[in-house]
Design a protein around this ligand. Sequence first.
Ligand code: SF4
Length: 261
Amino acid sequence: MYSENISAQESPEYLRMSLAAAMTLDFVPGLFYRGARLGCVNLLLNYSDGCRANCAFCGLASQRQPAKSGKSFIRVPWRIYSTDDIIRAINKAPEYVSRVCISMITHPKSKMDTISACKEIASRTSLAISLLITPTLLNREDLVAMKEAGAERVGVAIDAATEDLFKKLRGKPVKGPHDWNKYWEIYDQSLEIFGKGMAGVHLICGIGETEREMVSAITRAKEMGGSTHLFSFFPEQGSAMQSMSPPAIGTYRRIQFARWS
Ligand code: SF4
């Protein structure tokens, strides 16, 4: 069922699953602190040659050390399972599990495989499906195809709060392919295609922005008609930003508060 050999088993037949989702679906034993429950099964595409981008803060960046097989993402390991096994487990999941989220990475096969995995899960389960999309690989027609495949909503991980930071951490200076304007353009088109409130922007607090800049990015995403999802920077071992500190708790709390106000 579970394989350590993550490079031999690629999407769409195989997907990586977050540790919390694997615990929720009984793939691995474990208990959540204070009885917390996970309502969303988080899945990630997998390719032997990994993500082609090189975002400075990311555990999946192509130039990250150590070897690809040891890479974590957002602090936790993502083990690989067959898509069939995942779908079977979703159909036996506790009733509080209501959603699946499939995350793209920057890879030439990623667009078609995301659509294919989305179709498969939509046709064989009753859960709502979200996609975390990679704008660099997409155009308007692709968003339409994703909706037709069964996706209910999408997230766009802009991550950096300003254009300068985005370029420095995700663009040419780190040998990455991503472009700030393209990310906002695809977010705008996502709102048009999926509907107001059905697209959102991910932002990471503590990667070099000021509090004012983060609030501006949150405001921009909200005024366009979508939502925001806030993350606190965590220095992934082996990433280019491994020695940076997470944001001060006061900063993060103020940004959380601003996001809700
Ligand atoms: S595109 Fe996404 S997965 Fe790839 S390095 Fe950047 S943040 Fe990580």
